[in-house]
Ligand binder design. Structure first.
Ligand code: SF4
Ligand SMILES: [Zn+2]
Length: 388
């Protein structure tokens, strides 16, 4: 009699599947390949304008240019467990294409006349020569300096060597580097995120950035895969505390589910629920004293760095969410806090669903449940509990 085979997340092979294989599988599917080829390599993925704040606290207008690139070299060899950028890349983008994209973005917003800040995102690292031709890195650095714009670029840690930064600052002496650190915890970086670098490499990168007087923006991930809500809350507060004094700005990104990722697969199997908005509020309340030791607000003399939380897809099933009826008020309060740094933004917020959230946290503190017990908002709650 043949043995019944059932498909599980880790497969049925005698050798356990590596996280690497799970990360890579969807990128090679026909739908992913087809999507990649469908992009116009001469047009940026998106260009849009948002309100922002300059380093000195002045409100300004910022243009974000998301370029269509070859993607991230870490993705080529492995990749992070939640990264869906492969959906937006094309592996044959050239220097000419990137220049055409840059010109098209400038054209759309009249050479960025009305914007003081320019954010360039490349689904990887702008300063990585294998991903972005050096001529194009030079164009962005030089032109933003010549136009007098506050520039923000993204990078992994390994590109931020003294040599590279000496070259970059010779073209543009003052810009911000945003690093997707995700977690200040080597175990989480390795087993939950598959980040491919350690906290030590972040320490070194920040040390180098400081040497060249560059600004540091640190992205932290709230609730990476394979983590319960309670652990996410405790870790989130600790990571903010650990990186605050070495960052100019911390941006906490609550997990949102991107297509074809490991986290997408866990989510569809009811093994992962994006974070509760209540957890974000609680994290802010607990982390606030690490940012403002004297109880200040944004701009106060005691402020150590800026803390920003922007719940992408907040209130939606694939983003941080609550019960569905209180979501928009809680998202609005979190976004107001990112601007004001004032805990009074959360005064008066309450909803019946808070008791469910609190019960989940209490249970997760008492029971050894690595994936947590929080249930998605979709579907029937009783059926979901039965499937545990
Ligand atoms: S380093 Fe960034 S771009 Fe590269 S795989 Fe990880 S999240 Fe994606
Ligand atoms: Zn609610």
């Amino acid at each position: 009699m043949s043995k019944k085979i059932s498909l599980t997340l880790i497969g049925n092979n005698p050798k356990p599947a590596k996280i690497h294989d799970l990360v890579k599988a969807p990128a090679n599917t026909p739908w992913a390949k087809e999507k990649q080829q469908s992009w116009d390599a001469n047009k940026p993925a998106t260009v849009y304008v948002t309100p922002e704040t300059l380093p000195d606290g002045t409100p300004c207008s910022a243009v974000t240019v998301i370029l269509r690139t070859k993607g991230c070299h870490w993705w080529w060899s492995s990749g992070c467990t939640f990264c869906g950028y492969f959906n937006d890349t094309r592996d044959d983008v050239t220097n000419e294409n990137l220049h055409a994209q840059w010109n098209s973005a400038k054209e759309k917003y009249d050479n960025f006349t009305g914007q003081q800040m320019v954010k360039i995102y490349t689904s990887g690292s702008l300063l990585e020569d294998r991903e972005i031709p050096i001529e194009f890195q030079e164009t962005v650095l030089r032109e933003c300096h010549e136009m007098g714009k506050e520039l923000i670029v993204e990078s992994r840690c390994e590109q931020l060597s003294e040599e590279k930064l000496a070259w970059a600052t010779s073209l543009n002496p003052s810009f911000t580097v945003a690093i997707g650190l995700e977690a200040y915890d080597d175990e989480v970086l390795r087993f939950h995120v598959n980040k491919g670098f350690s906290t030590k490499s972040w320490d070194k990168a920040v040390e180098n950035l400081r040497k060249f007087n560059l600004r540091v923006k640190t992205y932290l991930m709230f609730k990476p895969p394979f983590m319960s809500e309670k652990d996410a809350l405790d870790h989130g507060v600790r990571w903010i505390r650990d990186v605050a004094s070495r960052s100019d700005e911390i941006s906490v990104n609550p997990m949102n589910i991107q297509r074809g990722t490991i986290i997408d697969r866990l989510h569809r199997h009811n093994e992962y629920r994006p974070p509760w908005l209540w957890s974000l509020v609680e994290m802010i309340k607990q982390a606030h004293p690490h940012i403002y030791p004297e109880g200040g607000v944004n701009g106060s003399p005691d402020q150590i760095c800026r803390l920003i939380i922007h719940p992408t897809a907040g209130g939606k099933i694939r983003g941080a969410h609550n019960c569905g009826s209180c979501d928009k008020f809680v998202v609005a309060a979190i976004e107001r806090y990112a601007v004001s740094g004032d805990l009074r933004e959360f005064e008066g917020l309450s909803c019946e669903c808070q008791s469910i959230w609190q019960a989940e946290l209490a249970l997760e503190s008492a029971l050894p449940l690595p994936l947590g017990i929080s249930q998605p908002r979709r579907g029937n709650r009783i059926e979901n509990l039965r499937s545990l």
